[in-house]
Design a protein around this ligand. Structure first.
Ligand code: HEM
Length: 208
């Protein structure tokens, strides 16, 4: 019915995009990915499941959701400045989530930042991918469970490798961040805790 995401107006494939970025970042950071694999092995034990079924699971893309821009329903005070009722406001989460005072070396991929012991004391609105307040995302818990299931299923069975650097992705800020040139991932079937040249079957896959 619609030719593009834009024509759907408020529709955005947020969960699919988040999964895509997670896979890309793990594919660029083998040391972080090894920790994920270790944890998955501890939780699930063996990783025996048909190749095709897992690829299908990983490729399933999910429905679209609205994005965030607000009209203030009452006067607000931000750092002493009055922002009157009726003002249209947008939250630039890309910038907010890269505040070096809160997230030192913000461009470094450090998933440990979000461990409970490292997040305690952080302002509750310092990281708001699902927005905050009365109109925040109602799909937040669902989206996170879905992402865990897809990522855990994929990573239990595959080692992922990303071979494009950030500049090659052509990152564009639409209402969500997108890789304009697409992301290519190489999947290697895990036959032991780590893939080796001899024991993987590989498959090049465009995930986005
Ligand atoms: C990674 C996945 C997702 C992200 C990052 C995300 C992000 C957001 C954000 C930032 C908002 C707030 C918009 C605003 O303040 O105006 C929002 C609202 C909303 N989201 Fe999500 N979302 C995700 C997944 C989902 C899913 C899976 C669903 C449904 C199953 C969903 C349903 C909604 C709805 C209905 C609203 C509007 C809530 C309202 O206005 O009261 N979202 N989402």
């Amino acid at each position: 019915m619609f030719e593009s995401q834009e024509q759907q107006g408020l529709g955005h494939d947020t969960t699919a995009a988040a999964l895509n970025w997670a896979i890309y970042l793990l594919g660029c950071h083998p040391e972080a990915q090894k920790k994920v694999h270790q944890e998955l092995d501890e939780v699930f034990g063996d990783f025996d499941c048909p190749f095709t079924c897992v690829v299908k699971e990983a490729l399933r893309l999910f429905p679209s959701v609205p994005f965030f821009a607000w009209t203030l329903s009452q006067d607000c005070y931000i750092r002493g400045f009055k922002v009157p009722k009726g003002t249209n406001a947008i939250i630039v989460s890309y910038a907010l989530h890269r505040d070096p005072d809160v997230f030192p070396d913000p461009e470094e991929f450090r998933p440990e930042r979000f461990f409970p012991e490292n997040s305690s004391g952080r302002h509750p609105y310092a990281y708001i991918p699902f927005s905050a307040g009365p109109r925040n995302c109602i799909g937040q818990d669902f989206a996170q469970v879905e992402e865990k299931v897809v990522l855990a299923t994929l990573l239990r069975h595959f080692w992922v490798e990303a071979n494009q650097n950030r500049e090659e992705l052509g990152m564009v800020g639409e209402l969500i961040l997108r890789p304009y040139n697409g992301i290519w991932i190489q999947l290697k079937k895990r036959t032991a805790n780590m893939p080796s040249e001899e024991n993987f079957k590989s498959l090049d896959l465009q995930v986005y």
